[in-house]
Design a binder for this molecule. Structure first.
Ligand SMILES: Nc1ncnc2c1ncn2[C@@H]1O[C@H](COP(=O)(O)OP(=O)(O)OP(=O)(O)O)[C@@H](O)[C@H]1O
Length: 473
């Protein structure tokens, strides 16, 4: 009876017992205006403090100009405003990066918080089914903060108690359209808090030129392109296995060639061996002199080459047993990277049953036992269905380029990846816009990262061959 309910809901509450005519009508106690005022102030003041704390510039400059206007007239207010503007413009022209970091993106974040997210928060979340109305009370997830960088808005949200990440991941489409963004990605910040990423523009819309061959010999991670946030895309190949899946013409070759390119100095130093399997003969054959004898195209040769790698792996495992659990590349025991272009040609589409079994068994052995002894597999694949690639789960790191169907995204990247924003089926089929673009999901992180591999052109491969021919002798 004394339960607190908002507004006039209490007045209409009536309780009866079914077998008597007794009716209980609760008394409505009117709260004195002063108490309501104090409560309202108690809520307003922390909000104001938070606003000033989060957006000091956006709040203090207009307040300062306003105060000067009221106390000294608009003439002086205009002078103050002009002064602030001049300082800002000079800073911008002298050091654009620091201006954007300290001022530009913060002002933009304030404007977008005010005009887009704060304004549409309640209607969008209610229509999307993420707000709740329970017993006359509205429950709305809290918009904690908005941050901007040059390509996206990052919106931090406190979920309602009892909500799951999946509730939000299932509504990314509603959120993206509701806030006028082309897509939305969901990542967990900490228990109960999410970060929603709403891109404003596509920083990967233009092809990237091939990353220069590194000066120093390194086994990786190999820089092969760029991530959506502008940081370099560094692909780890030593100590893992990587599967790159994408429809035909999506730029899988860039990932293979980008990796080989980054490993060339290490190959020359004898710290890396690349073994190339090229059943289509249209990809790795182009740089064949780089692989020496460790190249095969014919299925029988591919099976033999894989068996050879398995022997190397087992011999190492025998030697390392009980002595070391991780591999450090040396000239005696270099890192062995097996690169397979269109692996389904050797497994699912292989008509010779015996060869098919031999190749599948070798690949499964390498992917289950290879990484601790310095043997890695980097495989490219067009069709990720289980009947085509039944060992896809043995690859800890996965990359999905453009895929034909939305269900294929989770097949490649694992459950829930598409819900979290890996829209690999939405990547543009126009090579200029979408080739080499994909989503990377690493073993260590559930959040898919959008990336673009730099384009290693035929000319680049020819130059690599000219400079590094014979590195595999
Ligand atoms: N990283 C990239 N950036 C821009 N364009 C690219 C990139 N990679 C490839 N392309 C363009 O896309 C075309 C197809 O690339 P590629 O042959 O590597 O695709 P693929 O996925 O290996 O295809 P397939 O499976 O049929 O062999 C290239 O000819 C090139 O024009």
């Amino acid at each position: 009876m004394f339960k607190k309910l908002p507004g006039d809901e209490t007045r209409s509450l009536v309780s009866t017992t079914p077998d008597t005519a007794v009716v209980f009508r609760p008394a409505v106690v009117h709260t004195p205006a002063i108490i309501s005022l104090v409560l309202w102030l108690c809520r307003l003041v922390p909000r104001l403090v938070r606003l000033v704390w989060r957006h000091p510039l956006a709040v203090t400059v207009p307040v300062l100009v306003g105060v000067v206007w009221v106390r000294y007239g608009y003439g002086l207010a205009l002078v103050v405003f002009g002064l602030v503007l001049t300082v800002g413009l000079s800073w911008f022209s002298l050091d654009r990066a620091s201006f954007l970091r300290w001022v530009g993106w913060r002002l933009l974040a304030f404007a977008r918080w005010f005009w887009i997210y704060r304004r549409h928060w309640q209607p969008v979340l209610t229509v999307a089914g993420l707000a709740r109305h329970l017993r006359g009370r509205d429950y709305l997830p809290r918009l904690v903060r908005v941050e901007c960088n040059e390509w996206a808005d990052r919106v931090t949200v406190r979920m309602l108690g009892g909500q799951a990440v999946k509730d939000w991941a299932d509504r990314t489409d509603n959120l993206a359209h509701g806030f006028g963004a082309p897509s939305c990605r969901v990542a967990v910040e900490r228990a109960g808090r999410l970060v929603l990423t709403f891109p404003r523009r596509d920083p990967l819309a233009n092809p990237l030129p091939a990353v220069p061959v590194p000066d120093a010999a390194s086994v990786g991670p190999v820089e092969i392109g760029q991530q959506e946030d502008g940081r370099p895309l560094r692909l780890k190949v030593h100590g893992t296995h990587v599967l790159v899946a994408g429809a035909t013409g999506t730029g899988k070759g860039s990932f293979l060639w980008g990796t080989i390119r980054g490993l060339l100095p290490a190959m020359r130093a004898g710290l890396v061996q690349v073994w190339a399997l090229d059943p289509k003969r249209m990809e790795l054959s182009f740089g064949r002199p780089l692989f020496g004898d460790r190249y095969a195209a014919d299925p029988k040769q591919c099976a033999d080459l894989l068996d050879e790698v398995v022997c190397v792996m087992q011999e190492r495992a025998d030697r390392f047993a009980g002595l070391q659990r991780n591999h450090t590349p040396t000239i005696q025991d270099p890192f062995v990277l097996v690169i397979v272009d269109e692996v389904a040609f050797l497994t699912a589409y292989q008509s010779d049953r015996q060869l098919k079994q031999q190749i599948s068994a070798a690949l499964a052995t390498l992917t289950t036992q290879g990484r601790a002894v310095g043997v890695g597999v980097l495989a490219a694949l067009q069709d990720p269905r289980k009947e085509v690639m039944n060992i896809r789960n043995l690859f800890p790191d996965k990359i999905a380029l453009r895929l034909d169907e939305s269900e294929q995204v989770d097949m490649v990247l694992g459950d829930g990846a598409r819900d979290r924003g890996a829209l690999a089926d939405h990547i543009s089929p126009i090579p200029q816009l979408g080739a080499g673009v994909g989503y990377v999901r690493l073993e260590t992180s559930p959040d898919p990262v959008r990336v673009r591999a730099a384009y290693v052109s035929d000319h680049d491969i020819r130059a690599m061959v000219a400079d590094f021919e014979g590195v595999s002798r």
